[in-house]
Design a binder for this molecule. Structure first.
Ligand SMILES: Nc1ncnc2c1ncn2[C@@H]1O[C@H](COP(=O)(O)OP(=O)(O)OP(=O)(O)O)[C@@H](O)[C@H]1O
Ligand SMILES: [Mg+2]
Length: 159
C-alpha cells in the first residue's frame, strides 16, 4: 500500500513526524524507516518531529556530517542516519550499527540508497519531495508492521 500526503509547511512535516512517533509498533523488535527524497525535501524535519515526540529534549542535530546520531527515548534505541556522505556502504559497519539489529530499535535512514546491501530490510519507505509549490511525502509499506503504521497515519483510515 502507499499513501501520498501534502505537507503545506514545515509545521505539517513536523506534525507528521510526531504522529508517526505516536503510532510506532509495540513489539520489541527493530522498526526500519527509510527517509528518501532530494536535498531539502524534509527528511530531517520529519525525523526531528518524531524524535521530539518520543521525548528527546535537547538539540536534535542533523546527522549530515556525523552520519549518525543516536537517542534513547520513548522506550526506543533510535539510530538516525544520514548516509549522503557515506563513500562505501561497508563503512556502515564502522559506525556501530551492528548493535541495533535486535530489540526495540528504531532506524531512521536518510539517503538509504547509499547503504544498499548493508541496511536491514525496511518496514516503510517515506519519499519526500519538494515541488515548485509544495512539499509532499509518499509512504509505502513493506510488511505488516509497516502497513499498520502507515494505515494509522492515513487521515482517512487512521485514528
Ligand atoms: N512541508 C514543508 N514545507 C516547506 N518547507 C519545509 C517543509 N518541510 C521542511 N521544510 C524546510 O525545508 C528545509 C530542508 O528540510 P530538511 O533539512 O528536513 O531536508 P532534508 O530532506 O533532511 O535534506 P538533506 O538531504 O539535505 O538532509 C528546512 O528549512 C525545512 O524547514
Ligand atoms: Mg537531512
Amino acid at each position: 500500500m502507499s499513501l501520498t500526503l501534502h505537507l503545506g509547511d514545515e509545521a505539517a512535516t513536523t506534525a507528521l513526524g510526531a504522529a508517526a512517533a505516536r503510532c510506532l509498533p509495540t513489539a520489541a523488535q527493530p522498526f526500519v524507516v527509510e527517509l528518501a527524497g532530494d536535498l531539502g525535501a524534509g527528511k530531517t524535519t520529519f525525523a526531528r518531529g518524531l524524535l521530539r515526540e518520543l521525548g528527546v529534549s535537547g538539540q536534535i542535530r542533523s546527522p549530515s556530517y556525523a552520519l549518525l546520531e543516536t537517542y534513547d527515548a520513548g522506550g526506543w534505541q533510535v539510530l538516525h542516519l544520514d548516509l549522503y556522505r557515506l563513500l562505501d556502504p561497508e563503512e556502515l559497519e564502522n559506525l556501530g550499527v551492528r548493535d541495533y539489529h535486535d530489540g526495540r530499535c528504531l532506524w531512521l535512514v536518510e539517503w538509504p540508497g547509499k547503504g544498499e546491501g548493508y541496511l536491514p530490510r525496511a518496514d516503510a519507505r517515506l519519499e519526500f519531495a519538494s515541488g515548485a509549490t509544495e512539499h509532499t511525502v509518499t509512504l509505502a509499506a513493506q510488511g505488516a508492521a509497516g502497513a499498520a503504521w502507515i494505515a494509522a497515519l492515513n487521515p482517512d483510515t487512521g485514528s
